[in-house]
Ligand binder design. Structure first.
Ligand code: SPD
Length: 369
């Protein structure tokens, strides 16, 4: 797998799309990088198009050689960039679907980046994986069949495995290279694949769900990357319809639902589509994840028609679930109080997302339930 990290000035070929001939074309190197290289020989070990002067910043989703706006111009968060100081690049590669980068950061441990966007850091991954998993699984009695869409790093599987009622876990991840990279660099997450209840399907989740038996799953967890590139389809109506069909009556979906600071339109669209598709409850929850844009991430929780699901008052408290807390790895973020707190929504979000506006309006199942 591993292409070596340290490539010295050769990294400028990637950065500018220009091949250095050792003299005049070096003018093409951005001055910030030249300064960094001159002042810090270790900088040679941290060369990648997203790493400038030793800092990784989330950039445009794919390297855009023609555009000078590659930094600070991700279409998902225009006008801002989030930076982490890089100690060393551990891996960079390109799969059939995306660019994969792993680096050691100064303060957040190892970081996994797909197409220039941070997917997880060792320090704060617990918040995302624990919340996206236990918010749905603690909300229904004795989940048995669970489907994870995406989640190739294995972190969500690690969390699902805390639930002893679960008998069968399918995971459908499109990019095998993400799984391989995670097994090599993130064993604390990839340990999730070692659970004998896990059945791995490498492929397109929309296709997988089209063939899934109706009513098979108690819970579906969509741990996708942002809806640009391979994950685009995962926020569209046909995808949610196939999930609703694959869920049993009263089954639950938990879908990554971006940032309330940045994506109120997307959240509004997702809630609107899901309210049409899922006839039970629809709720928005969120958690703090410092390395994600704006430092928060949202989750959309939906249930199908059937036994009612009260996401805000879960039936399974994790503290009482046998083996869930005394697992080989301690829970670092999730507990029953964090569960309930996750559904408290700020005033601006209630104002900006019409479906969340007035929780007492019976006409819509706002904020929803
Ligand atoms: N903006 C980044 C959202 C990333 C969501 N997926 C993370 C995968 C971690 N298992």
């Amino acid at each position: 797998m591993g292409e070596d990290a340290g490539r010295g000035l050769e990294c400028q070929k990637t950065m500018d799309g220009k091949v250095s001939n050792g003299n005049s074309s070096e003018k093409a190197i951005p001055s910030c990088c030249l300064k960094a290289i001159a002042s810090d020989p270790e900088a040679e070990a941290i060369c990648h198009s997203t790493v400038v002067s030793g800092w990784f910043s989330e950039s445009q989703s794919r390297t855009d050689k023609a555009s000078k706006k590659a930094y600070f111009n991700n279409p998902m968060w225009p006008g801002e960039a989030h930076s982490l100081k890089v100690e060393s690049i551990l891996y960079k590669g390109k799969s059939e679907f995306q660019e994969i980068l792993v680096f050691e950061s100064s303060t957040y441990g190892k970081v996994l980046v797909l197409d220039g966007i941070i997917q997880l850091s060792e320090k704060d991954e617990c918040a995302y994986q624990e919340m996206i998993t236990h918010l749905p699984l603690c909300s229904i009695p004795s989940p048995k069949n669970v489907l994870v869409v995406g989640g190739g790093d294995g972190g969500v599987l690690r969390e699902v495995s805390r639930h002893s009622s679960v008998e069968h876990i399918d995971i459908c991840e499109i990019d095998k290279m993400v799984i391989d990279v995670s097994k090599k660099f993130f064993p604390e997450l990839a340990v999730g694949f070692e659970d004998p209840r896990v059945h791995l399907h490498v492929g397109d989740a929309t296709e997988f769900l089209r063939h899934a038996p109706e009513g098979k799953y108690d819970a579906v967890i969509v741990d996708s990357s942002d809806p640009v590139g391979p994950a685009q389809e995962l926020v569209e109506k046909p995808f949610f319809e196939t999930i609703a069909k694959a869920l049993r009556p009263g089954g639950v979906l938990c879908n990554m639902a971006e940032s309330m600071w940045l994506h109120t339109h997307l959240i509004e669209d997702m809630i609107s589509v899901c309210s049409q598709t899922f006839k039970g409850s629809v709720n928005y929850a969120w958690a703090s994840v410092p390395t994600y844009p704006s430092g928060v991430i949202g989750f959309l929780l939906c249930s199908t028609e059937g036994p009612p699901v009260d996401f805000k008052n879960p039936v399974n408290s994790i503290e009482k679930l046998e083996g869930a807390v005394k697992h080989k790895r301690e829970l670092r973020f999730y507990n029953s109080e964090m569960h309930s707190a996750a559904f408290a929504l700020p005033a601006f979000l209630r104002r900006e997302v019409s479906a969340l506006r007035d929780p007492s309006t019976p006409a819509r199942r706002n904020g929803l339930s």
